[in-house]
Ligand binder design. Structure first.
Ligand code: AMP
Length: 279
């Protein structure tokens, strides 16, 4: 496992390996790694000759300066965890290395970023696409691994790949959860003990909603979820939407012929957590 900090060095080493015919798997992360990130790393190591993991807290995707400032950073612990999975390269650039000049590119995601995270975090997905496209240019992966926890992000990245006519294969991976069901997230580290205990109500509510779908209409179920979450004094719901898994448009009825995903964002104190479930 080799640590690389410079873009030129990463490009040089990876292009040499590509010329030798090696396949490249890539796992982009913002660090504070947990088993979710490590599951993507394990999948990449299994399926590719070479695995590159990046750790970079990307400033352009944070629409809230306080969120960027408080985002957990623990690089030594991250490297220790990664070493057990034997990726080949860890790319850890500084902000100036990734953005020698401001990135002014604007991406077109069609309707995909007009709902949910896109609507509630203006500019977030444009920043994600800026950094992921730069990282794809540097790493030139055959396969790039993304977690379904960030369900809308996967759809947006797939759209970006289409827009850029990139040959990267985007591989979605399942959500990894804590024992009590809470979706693993670097932001969970920022919860205090009581908040952490109550945060498991988010996934618990999603699982129950899945079982209630046969009895309730779409709108009744949405109202039930909002009520369940807001009943808990530690939680405040930002949105719960049930959308189709391709265009991410809210569905009207269970009879529609598509895969339906319930996406939720909840404030736990100042911490914003997301989760989703496929019905
Ligand atoms: P982040 O460091 O939060 O930007 O996440 C880096 C990658 O890890 C993204 O593709 C996330 O979707 C993925 N990821 C984060 N949490 C989980 C989780 N609980 N299960 C699976 N993948 C995850």
């Amino acid at each position: 496992m080799e640590i690389i900090k410079l873009v030129a060095e990463a490009k040089g080493k990876i292009s040499k390996l590509k010329k030798e015919g090696k396949s490249i798997g890539f796992v982009p992360t913002m660090g504070a790694l947990h088993d979710g990130h490590l599951s993507l790393t394990a999948e990449s190591v299994k399926k590719n000759d070479i695995t590159v993991v990046s750790i970079f807290v990307n400033p352009t995707q944070f629409n809230n300066p306080n969120d960027l400032e408080t985002y957990p950073r623990c690089i030594d612990a991250d490297l220790e965890k990664l070493s057990e999975y034997h990726p080949d390269f860890i790319f850890i650039p500084e902000v100036e290395e990734m953005y020698p000049e401001p990135d002014t590119r604007v991406f077109d995601f069609g309707h995909l970023d007009l709902v949910m995270e896109g609507k509630n975090r203006p500019g977030h997905f444009n920043g994600v696409a800026q950094v992921v496209s730069k990282l794809f240019d540097i790493v030139t992966p055959d396969n790039a691994y993304f977690g379904q926890k960030d369900f809308q992000q996967v759809a947006v990245i797939k759209q970006m790949v289409r827009e850029l006519k990139s040959s990267v294969n985007v591989v979605p991976c399942p959500i990894i959860r804590e024992k009590d069901g809470l979706a693993m997230s670097s932001r969970n580290l920022l919860l205090d003990e009581e908040q952490r205990k109550n945060a498991s109500k988010i996934s618990e509510t999603l699982f129950k909603a899945c079982n209630l779908a046969a009895e309730f209409s779409v709108n009744e179920l949405k109202a039930w979820v909002v009520d369940e979450i807001n009943k808990n004094p530690y939680l405040s719901i930002e949105y719960f939407e049930i959308v189709d898994d391709t265009y991410l448009q809210p569905i009207e009825s269970w009879d529609e012929n598509n895969v339906k995903v319930g996406c939720i964002t909840v404030q736990v104190g100042k911490i914003r957590l997301i989760d989703n479930i496929t019905f």
